[in-house]
Design a binder for this molecule. Sequence first.
Ligand code: PMP
Length: 338
Amino acid sequence: MQIANNILETIGNTPLVKLNKITSAIPATVLAKVETFNPGNSIKDRMALKMIEEAEKSGELKPGGTIIEGTSGNTGMGLAIAAVIKGYKCIFTSTDKQSKEKFDALRALGAEVIVCPTDVDPEDPRSYYSVSSRLAKEVPNAWKPNQYDNLANSQAHYESTGPEIWEQTEGKITHLVVGVGTGGTICGTGKYLKEKNPNIKLIGIDSYGSIFKKYHETGVFDKSEIYPYVTEGIGEDFLPKNVDFSLIDHFEKVTDKDAALYTRKIALDEGIFVGNSAGAAIAGLLQVKDMFKPDDVVVVIFHDHGIRYMGKMFNPAWMQKMGYLPTEGLTAADLIQA
Ligand code: PMP
């Protein structure tokens, strides 16, 4: 029988799909690693399971324990699914800028979600980092994965995402384009690929309002780079341990508006219904299109599913309120092209 013994065995082995229209201005083959095929509809299932398995091995996570994490939803989803199968409880903290749909999905899998303010320093006791750290101390038998600094995160991608892409492209990949949040995806996947072929280039997609690009280029932690932004899942206001800056060849910053518009355009051009960081990745890729030659094979990661953004990027009224689409005189087709 061809069965999975439980849902966790279906994580990974996601398809690599050629993009035929949205990247036609790029003189190279562009392939999307569509991570929505994971059971939690995002790439983060891979690292969530790996972090849990490592914590079980080290004894940090004990039977019946409570997993406490600051997560924007996708990591939480991966953790929550694994927790159901393995018998753990979950408490997640997140920020009020995240889509409500993400919180509801976590609650559907039995997790408790605490929503914290976005526009406070990480050190502020109200921040989602601080609240999760405090709860991890207060709640008995608690374990905090800390996806930012836990190197099991990158390791998951070193062991699964990297080898999958290498095999799926038969070693022909020349560039990897990835939205960077914790850094686990780009650095784990990229480390594996660069070990196979050191000429492969890693392009990190960053958001305006995030520290990554400036820090990568200057080595200076310039606080003036940090301000609130709308794009979800990528960019940070601190330096996670999972970001190994020496592995990344180039960072490209993308505006909130472009990330939102391209999120919509991927669905309409390719029939691939994915989230906001995929839109950012495509927008960033188009910004650097002159970098590529016809023989190049570019792989771009589509981290998560579009359904989580129904209240935002896929809601024309929200797009108009944000000033990303004009408010008057639009046909359905105009809504996309604007
Ligand atoms: N896109 C989305 C939708 C995410 O949830 C995340 C994780 N924050 C990322 C991109 C970035 O991935 P990573 O944390 O592995 O850098």
